[in-house]
Design a protein around this ligand. Structure first.
Ligand SMILES: C[S@@+](CC[C@H](N)C(=O)[O-])C[C@H]1O[C@@H](n2cnc3c(N)ncnc32)[C@H](O)[C@@H]1O
Length: 217
């Protein structure tokens, strides 16, 4: 069981485009479809780190929606909100909370080429006060319709693609943000996970065939 050269090349090429300093935090996004769609957009835009707080129960990832993209975005659950945001600030990230209020800044007025953590909120309550206090800026996507807000996965996509536009204009997708050492480490981890997954699939298939054979006897 091994991983092909072609596959390794593909993994390396996506890692070379990953923007390690463009990150997302979902503050208790509970709907599986929304969270999975956010993950898929993160993969498309080159976000490597998606952090989440989840106060619900059950599975957050729906593989039919992520289409496998969850394997290529490092997603980490955050329990200690204060330590997490303090650390991000120490690392030099600007924290941008998406927030529907009159004093929020139009999302296009932001420089996303700086190290940026985008915070999106729960489907009903939005971003919590606990998280909002760490925001350097509150940002808003203009709304002209009857509905007050966008679906959270759509809002995340709109903002991430503005970040992508600014970063690609600056050539930030043409040079890796990860060091060679970081790339190698992730390739090793992801290819091992792929092989394990393949093995599990094959043994499940083997067991199924065995059962079918036994039934026929
Ligand atoms: C359905 S909205 C939450 C609505 C909630 N009642 C509120 O006032 O925040 C869910 C999330 O989508 C994002 N969102 C939706 N529409 C937005 C907009 N126009 N500007 C910025 N973020 C938006 C925000 O992250 C928000 O927390």
């Amino acid at each position: 069981m091994y991983i092909t050269e072609k596959r390794l090349k593909k993994i390396r090429s996506i890692l070379e485009k990953r923007q390690k300093d463009l990150q997302v935090f979902t503050d208790n996004v509970k709907n599986q479809h929304n969270f999975s769609a956010i993950l898929r957009t993160c993969d498309a835009v080159g976000v490597l780190y998606l952090y989440y707080r989840f106060l619900g129960t059950g599975e957050l990832i729906n593989e039919e929606i992520t289409m496998g993209s969850h394997k290529w975005v490092i997603h980490e659950e955050i329990k200690d909100i204060d330590s997490f945001f303090k650390k991000k600030k120490e690392e030099g990230f600007q924290v941008l909370a998406t927030y529907l209020s009159e004093d929020s800044v139009n999302f296009r007025k932001i420089d996303y080429t700086k190290p940026t953590l985008i915070v999106v909120g729960n489907e009903v309550q939005g971003v919590s006060e606990e998280v909002l206090k760490y925001a350097d800026k509150k940002i808003i996507i203009p709304m002209y319709g009857m509905a007050q807000s966008l679906n959270v996965s759509v809002a995340t996509g709109v903002i991430l693609y503005e970040a992508e536009r600014q970063r690609s204009e600056k050539g930030m997708y043409n040079r890796p943000s990860l060091s060679e050492e970081e790339i190698e480490k992730i390739i090793k981890k992801w290819s091992t996970e792929e092989v394990i997954k393949q093995k599990k699939k094959e043994s499940a298939m083997h067991r199924l065939l065995q059962r079918q054979k036994e039934k026929k006897r």
